[in-house]
Design a binder for this molecule. Structure first.
Ligand code: PLP
Length: 426
């Protein structure tokens, strides 16, 4: 069995990749370590890049076959192997990217003025696509809850959802959720499905991060036969196998009316026409070999997540004075009692899927611009700002840990140096 090397540092600079080459332009600074956007710095599986090289070497880059049978076979195999979801050829279609797919689904299943519900903080293009089409955004912000085991996580505010879903035409669900890596449970998805059915809400389920789940992923459309009629799911090899640049994704709709409507829309506009290499990721990566690479990648990513969790605990936990709520009396004077407790000033939502950590800087009590200053000007790091994900993301930053451990260690040490300097701890 091949052993893949995720420690290998690949120099991506000068390859026209957005993460490394656009960072100086976006932030207006040259010395930032890019830990943002959502592709990984690991080499794309070589057995796939070799296949692309072999195909174009001495070849002719003419029209490719659109949606060859082997592409359908690979997608059907993958969904069945990974999720026990048995699909037929007609349930599947091609779309060059998931954001493109969401934009098309909005155009096919809603009309301008219709209300579309999302759960912020969430992947920013959801809002952008709703706004640009002229549909009306309905925000149903996730709650951030402190759990008994000391962790924090996102939860759906069911009361708010039951109110806000009324009158909506569609919902864009992020399953698993980005940011935060929340893997929705079967019972949560069932509850969402029941509310959607009751209120006749069409669901666009973005499942791009599902192959990277550390917990069991449940495809939304499978939780309820009726809801399956009313759902379109988007999935891709892009995040899973770090090949986002190829532009290859799939839509899945098992409901007859839904799939026929979307297929006719996509074919009508020739939107389902992939380029020369678009069908190759599925063919080479939705395979046992691809799964072996994925298992090793997930193990490495999990190690990176654990490393960050430990680093934050060890380096940003400080003694803090907390009021106990009691009053003590001494020599006829009453004092409010205080105790010294440990407080973690930078903590995280531990992702249950994917390579993106939503880091919580709220305990520092900084404004968003002060936090940006700390990260960019003092720590020299480029992360995605939490507020760009919408309501509830304020004073969080999204950290991409899909990189060799050495790069991550460098980033975390830069953060610690800036923090120690700001708070004069060293
Ligand atoms: C939830 C989610 N959907 C979609 C995308 C992008 O997909 P695509 O590049 O296929 O448009 C991302 C990328 O980060 C994402 O996190």
């Amino acid at each position: 069995m091949a052993k893949y090397n995720f420690d290998k540092i690949v120099n991506r600079k000068g390859t026209d990749c957005i993460k490394w080459d656009a960072t100086p332009l976006i932030w207006g600074k040259k010395n930032l370590l890019p830990m943002w956007i959502a592709d990984m710095d690991f080499p794309t599986p070589k057995f796939f890049t070799d296949a692309i090289i072999a195909k174009i070497k001495d070849g002719v880059i003419g029209y490719g076959c659109s949606k060859p049978q082997k592409w359908y076979d690979a997608v059907i195999y993958w969904f069945n192997e990974r999720y026990g979801w048995k699909l037929k050829k007609e349930d599947i279609g091609f779309v060059p990217g998931i954001v493109v797919g969401i934009a098309h689904a909005l155009r096919c299943f809603t009309k301008p003025g219709d209300k579309v519900l999302i759960f912020p903080p969430v992947y920013p293009p959801f809002k952008a696509k709703v706004d640009s089409y002229g549909t009306k955004l309905v925000n149903c912000p996730l709650d951030i809850v402190e759990k008994k085991n000391g962790e924090i996580d996102f939860e759906i505010n069911w009361e708010d959802l039951a109110k806000k879903i009324k009158g909506c035409k569609a919902m864009i669900l992020c399953n698993p959720h980005n940011p935060g890596g929340r893997v929705w449970s079967r019972s949560e998805l069932k509850k969402i499905a029941e509310l959607c059915l009751k209120n006749k809400v069409f669901v666009i389920s973005d499942e791009i991060h599902c192959d990277l789940s550390f917990e069991k992923h449940i495809p939304f459309a499978t939780v309820n036969a009726k809801q399956a009629e009313n759902t379109i799911t988007f999935h891709a090899p892009s995040k899973t196998f770090n090949c986002a640049g190829v532009g290859a994704s799939e839509w899945v709709a098992t409901g007859k009316a839904t799939r026929e409507k979307f297929a006719a829309y996509m074919e009508g506009g020739d939107y389902d026409f992939g380029h020369y290499d678009s069908f190759m990721p599925a063919e080479y990566l939705y395979t046992p070999k691809g799964y072996e690479w994925l298992k090793q990648a997930l193990e490495y990513i999990k190690g990176n997540i654990d490393y960050v969790e430990k680093f934050l605990k060890e380096n940003f936990t400080v003694p803090a004075i907390k009021m106990t709520g009691k009053v003590v009396r001494s020599q006829s004077v009453e004092y409010a009692e205080a105790a010294i407790e440990e407080t973690q000033l930078i903590r995280m939502i531990k992702p249950k899927a994917s390579f993106l950590i939503f880091v919580d800087f709220r305990p520092l009590g900084l404004s968003c611009s002060e936090l940006s200053d700390l990260l960019v000007n003092k720590a020299h790091l480029a992360l995605n700002e939490g507020c760009s994900f919408g309501q509830g993301g304020e004073c969080f930053m999204r950290l991409n840990v899909g990189c060799p451990r050495k790069v991550l260690e460098k980033a975390m040490n830069q953060l610690k140096y800036a923090f120690d300097k700001k708070y004069k701890l060293k």
